[in-house]
Design a protein around this ligand. Structure first.
Ligand code: UD1
Length: 420
C-alpha cells in the first residue's frame, strides 16, 4: 500500500494544470445510460472513483474506453440494471445509477449505501423523489429495488439542498411522462453541468443554474458528447497549499467563478489572487492571517474544502473558527493534524484553530479523501518528515497529486509501504 513521504518547508512556485471535475464525471457517466449509443466525455480525470464507476457500468454491459483524457461510453447493450454491494460500498456515487436506470428501463436494483467515514449519509431524499415520480421502492436483502412502468412528472421539493438527490431526480425525470419541478435543487456547478449535458442529449430542462428546475419529460434521448468543467476542489486544494507554503503559482484550466468562495477567503488570509478567463494566480509573501469559514451549499464555502482550510489555519497568526454545516461530524482529519502539532479544539460542528508557529513532521493516516488532502497541505509546511499513510483515499479524487506538487517544488514521494 502506497504512502507519501513529504519533507516540508519548500515554497511552491510555477504552473499547475487542473484536471476535470470528479463530481461532474461521476454524474455524467451514469447519465449516459439514459440513451443507447456512444457518448464521449472529454477532460475526464484518471481517478480511482472514475475506474470504480467504469467497472460498475461495465458490469451493466456498457463498453468503456478511456484513451487519453476522453472517456468513451457505449450504452447500446445494457444487460444488467444492478449496482452491487462491492462497488457501492467503495463509492457512494454509484447510487447515481438509480435515476437513469429507472428512467430508461423502469427498474433498478442498487445496493443501499451504508454510513461513511465521517458519519451518516442518508439517501432518503433520493428515494422519496423516486416515489414522487411514481416508482415503487422496496428494500430487499440490502438493496433498494425500484420499479415503475413509466415515471410520471411531479413536484419534488427538497427540504435540504442535496447534490446527489438533485442529480438522481433530474436523470429520472428527463424520461418521465409530463412535467417535473425540482424545488430547492442543488446549484453546485457539477449539477448545472449535468443539466447542460442532459439538454445536449435531448432533454428539456428550464431553470438551469437556479435552484428551481422544470423538466418536460421526453420519450427518448440520444447520445451526446461533453467537455468537462475543471475540478474546483482540486483547484482549491492547490490554492490552499500555496497559501500555506508561500510562493506563487498559476492554476490553468481553472474556473475562477466556481472558486470565488475560496479565493475571497484566501485574500482575507493575506494572499494575492489574480484571475483571468480560465486561470487563477495565487501568491503569498506576507503573514498568513486567521479567517473564519462556515461551510455551505454552493456558492458558499464547500464542505470538501473544510479539511484543507483547517490545515491552512493551523499556522495562521491567530485563531480562527471553522464551522461545518453540511456534515457536522466531518472532522476525522483533526486528530491527525494534532499529531503534527496543530492546536485545534472541536465543539460540536465547530473547530477552533489556534495558529502555531510551526508544525512538525510525523506519521499520519488518511481517513478519507479530503482529510488526506489536508494532511498533505500540513505536511508541506511541517518541519522534517511527514508520512501520510493509506493514500489510496487521495487517489480517489486527485490525479497524480504528488507529481503536480513536485513540479511546483514540493519534496513529496510516493513510496510502496508495508504499513497500513
Ligand atoms: C456530494 C459530493 C460530495 C460533497 C457533497 C456536499 C459527489 C459525488 N459528491 O455528495 O463530494 O461533499 O455533495 O457538497 O458529488 N442528505 C440527506 N438525505 C439524502 C441526501 C443528502 O439528508 O437523501 C443530506 C446529507 O446528509 C448532507 C446534505 O444533505 O447533510 C448534502 O448532501 P449531498 O449534497 O446529498 O451530498 P452528496 O450528493 O452525497
Amino acid at each position: 500500500m502506497d504512502k507519501f513521504v513529504i519533507r516540508g518547508g519548500n515554497r511552491l512556485n510555477g504552473t499547475v494544470e487542473i484536471s476535470g471535475a470528479k463530481n461532474a464525471t461521476l454524474a455524467l457517466m451514469p447519465a449516459t445510460i439514459l440513451a443507447g449509443g456512444v457518448c464521449r466525455l472529454a477532460n475526464t480525470p484518471r481517478l480511482r472513483d472514475v475506474t470504480t464507476m467504469s467497472t460498475l457500468l461495465e458490469r451493466m454491459g456498457v463498453g468503456v474506453k478511456h484513451p487519453g483524457m476522453t472517456l468513451e461510453l457505449d450504452t447500446t447493450h445494457i444487460t444488467s440494471m444492478e449496482a452491487p454491494y462491492d462497488l457501492v460500498k467503495k463509492m457512494r456515487a454509484s447510487f447515481y445509477v438509480l435515476g437513469p436506470l429507472l428512467g430508461r428501463f423502469g427498474f433498478a436494483r442498487v445496493s443501499y449505501p451504508g454510513g461513511c467515514a465521517w458519519g451518516p449519509r442518508p439517501v432518503d431524499l433520493h428515494l422519496k423523489a423516486m416515489q414522487k415520480l411514481g416508482a415503487s421502492i422496496s428494500i430487499e436483502e440490502g438493496y433498494v429495488v425500484a420499479r415503475a412502468k413509466r415515471l410520471r412528472g411531479a413536484v419534488v421539493s427538497f427540504d435540504i439542498s442535496s447534490v446527489g438527490a438533485t442529480g438522481n431526480t433530474l436523470m429520472a425525470a428527463v424520461l418521465a411522462h409530463g412535467t417535473t419541478v425540482i424545488a430547492n435543487a442543488a446549484l453546485e456547478p457539477e449539477i448545472t453541468h449535468l443539466a447542460h449535458f442532459l439538454v445536449r442529449m435531448g432533454a428539456r430542462i428550464e431553470g438551469i443554474g437556479t435552484n428551481h428546475l422544470t423538466i418536460e419529460g421526453v420519450d427518448e434521448l440520444h447520445p451526446a458528447d461533453d467537455h468537462n468543467i475543471p475540478d474546483r476542489i482540486e483547484a482549491g486544494t492547490f490554492l490552499t497549499a500555496v497559501a500555506a507554503t508561500g510562493g506563487k503559482v498559476t492554476l490553468t484550466n481553472a474556473c475562477p467563478e466556481h472558486l470565488e468562495a475560496i479565493t475571497t477567503r484566501l485574500q482575507e488570509a493575506g494572499c494575492d489572487i489574480v484571475v483571468d478567463v480560465d486561470s487563477v494566480t495565487i501568491s503569498r509573501e506576507g503573514p498568513l492571517l486567521p479567517v473564519d469559514v462556515t461551510t455551505a451549499i454552493y456558492p458558499g464555502f464547500p464542505t470538501d474544502m473544510q479539511a484543507q482550510w483547517i490545515a491552512l489555519m493551523a499556522t495562521a497568526e491567530g485563531a480562527s473558527v471553522v464551522t461545518e454545516t453540511i456534515y457536522p461530524d466531518r472532522f476525522n482529519h483533526v486528530p491527525e493534524l494534532q499529531r503534527l502539532g496543530a492546536s485545534i479544539d472541536i465543539s460540536r460542528n465547530t473547530a477552533i484553530v489556534r495558529g502555531v508557529k510551526q508544525l512538525t513532521g510525523a506519521k499520519v493516516m488518511s481517513t478519507d479523501l479530503r482529510a488526506s488532502a489536508s494532511l498533505i497541505v500540513a505536511g508541506l509546511i511541517a518541519r522534517g518528515k511527514t508520512e501520510v499513510l493509506r493514500v489510496y483515499h487521495i487517489d480517489r479524487g486527485y490525479e497524480s497529486i504528488e507529481v503536480k506538487l513536485r513540479r511546483l517544488g514540493a519534496d513529496i514521494q510516493r513510496v510502496d509501504s508495508e504499513e497500513y
